[in-house]
Ligand binder design. Sequence first.
Ligand code: ARG
Length: 314
Amino acid sequence: MKNLTKLMCLLLALAMVFALCACGSSPAPAASEAPEAPAESEAPADEPVDYSSMTIDELKPLIQTVTEGKLTIATSPDFAPYEFYAIDADGNPQLAGFDVGMAQYIAEFLGLEAEIIPMDFDGVLNELAAKSVDIGAAGLSPDPSRMDAMDFSDIYYFGGQSFVTVEGKEDLFPTLADANKAEYSIGAQNGSIQMDLANANTPDADIVSLVKVTDIVAELIGGKLDGAFIETAVAENYAKSYPQLKIVHDVPYEAAAGSAFGISKGNEALLAAVNLAIAAANEDGFLESAVAEANELSTGEIIEGLLPDEAAQG
Ligand code: ARG
């Protein structure tokens, strides 16, 4: 009996030795590798980097863009005073507006060359979603429904929302609700939050989606549209060149007041740098003077935004 117990103890001890050996079967780290372990635990690879607390000089080397050394910016120049074509002294259309000025300012602030690409507004949304541009400078509302497709900078301008019509038709719309009738053609820009406003406020009307805001202005004046939803700052601007245009109602829009730059999604260093540039442009007065200059330039005798070929298409 005693011997049996002894044997069992021995077997147990042997089993434990085997078990310990099995546990230690993975190769032990070589002496030279050992110091790496504590270093790793000090700075785990997945620790989030706080770009928003960095200076522009810290951010610059971290910014990646579609084309190295360049900042590729999509804009939609049918939106004075944000962006439009101004006719220069030689009669040639030039991109102008405070978004264009800001795009150049931001590029310079980031130490990059600005590459500004004009396109239709829905193109700006698509190019940003496809990440084929770095920034969208197009009076973009940071609407929550867009946040899967792009990031947004801080707000840099407040434009407001309006319902507009033309001289002679103001009496048709004593209230905004009066525009919600099947007999009225109501315009809004394709892909814009103004289209959402049209759908929300005038669902019974014939809602007409147009590619450019300048088409909307042309069709209002030409009598094809009875009313339209346009950003107030833009409507006021076009009303200076076209006094027939009448702003009749403020339209509430709570989802995302103000304009921001659209930033290629997930490009956090770029987003942080653009926000620093906006703060600098506010501080040094650049933004204020760019807005003033754009308003002045877009209310001359020339019909900005309506290039001859665009007017012909309308
Ligand atoms: N703020 C509106 C939006 O984001 C309209 C912007 C239109 N911009 C333009 N350049 N046409 O939907």
